[in-house]
Design a protein around this ligand. Structure first.
Ligand SMILES: [Zn+2]
Length: 323
């Protein structure tokens, strides 16, 4: 069985109410969890089917095929071509309605949300604040997530808090509406079932990743340097040093020792070095400070530690280092 029962039910819910799980799909999942969902009335068994869909390939022209008993099995005969008859067992005739309203309560409870979710609009529930200073909503069908007025309704209930909507994957144009309204969309499959419990929302997945614009942009081939949107023209030696420090800052060894700097700048002609690495660091710092709008901040950009060398005090995401 490749798909978990939770994933299957959430996927079937995407098409909207009534969402039905047929016996043939359910069969691999029969067991204690299935019984629990029946007992909780997340799944509600329907009367056994008496009709079967017409065959896709022939043109028998009827609306549905009545199911007939055939020994201890059943048959959905095609009036047009007996080779299209479908043989069915008892489980094939079973079906289960997925009750979205009860399912959402199960998700809230599994997530440790104290209050029962409130309906916002048909098929949309308000989980309330959860995990962070965000207000979380859930919609499991595409039609519920794309109904008119949803953005306004969610914003009204959020009372100024940022909003996350857990919803099925939506078309690009729909996603753009939410993005323009500042609403963070998370796919149901990305939000649920990732932290140990099959039905729990993972709070860490409900928060948008913060994208930091790089402060320092370096293109080696063009010898281009931009810091805080100011372009710099550096000497060969200071440019090499900055590239070294930037590469180190993006690794787990942020410091460059004197020897590393000498090797980077002078390489095989190291024996003819007439100035110290310290001089080049000073020249780089002075060049960066000279062009900066916030000189004190830029002065602190290169840090020296005894016995370790020099490093940039920028986080890796703040540095864009390209060839
Ligand atoms: Zn047919």
């Amino acid at each position: 069985m490749s798909e978990s029962l939770e994933t299957l039910l959430l996927r079937l819910s995407e098409a909207g109410e009534p969402a039905t799980l047929w016996g043939r799909q359910a069969k691999p999942h029969f067991g204690s969890e299935f019984e629990r969902l029946l007992a909780r009335r997340i799944l509600v068994e329907q009367a056994p089917a008496t009709e079967w869909p017409v065959c896709a390939s022939c043109e028998c022209g009827i609306v549905a095929r009545p199911i007939q008993a055939a020994g201890d099995r059943h048959i959905a005969p095609c009036p047009y071509d007996h080779r299209c008859d479908v043989s069915l067992d008892d489980d094939d005739l079973r079906s289960f309605r997925i009750d979205g309203a009860v399912l959402i309560k199960e998700i809230a409870a599994a997530s440790g949300i104290g209050n029962e979710p409130e309906p916002t609009l048909p098929g949309v529930w308000h989980f309330g604040p959860f995990g962070s200073k965000r207000t979380i909503f859930g919609a499991f069908s595409i039609s519920a997530a794309t109904q008119p007025g949803l953005i306004v309704a969610m914003k009204a209930l959020a009372r100024g808090q940022p909003v996350t909507l857990v919803a099925p994957p939506l078309p690009t144009s729909e996603r753009q509406h939410f993005r323009q309204a500042g609403i963070h969309l998370v796919a149901v499959g990305d939000a649920i079932g990732h932290n140990g419990s099959a039905w729990a929302l993972d709070p860490s997945r409900l928060v948008p990743e913060i994208v930091v614009a790089p402060r320092l942009v370096i293109t080696r081939s063009a010898k281009f340097v931009s810091l805080d949107d100011i372009d710099y023209a550096l000497s060969d030696q200071t440019f090499k040093l900055l590239c070294l420090l930037a590469a180190r800052a993006r690794s787990d060894q942020p410091f460059a020792a004197t020897r590393d700097i000498e090797q980077e700048i002078w390489g095989s002609s190291l024996h003819r070095v007439s100035r110290s690495a310290r001089d080049v660091v000073r020249e780089l710092r002075e060049a960066l400070v000279a062009g900066a709008s916030d000189r004190d901040a830029v002065r602190r950009l290169i840090e020296n530690q005894r016995n370790r060398g020099w490093r940039l005090t920028l986080v890796a995401d703040a540095i864009d280092l390209r060839d």
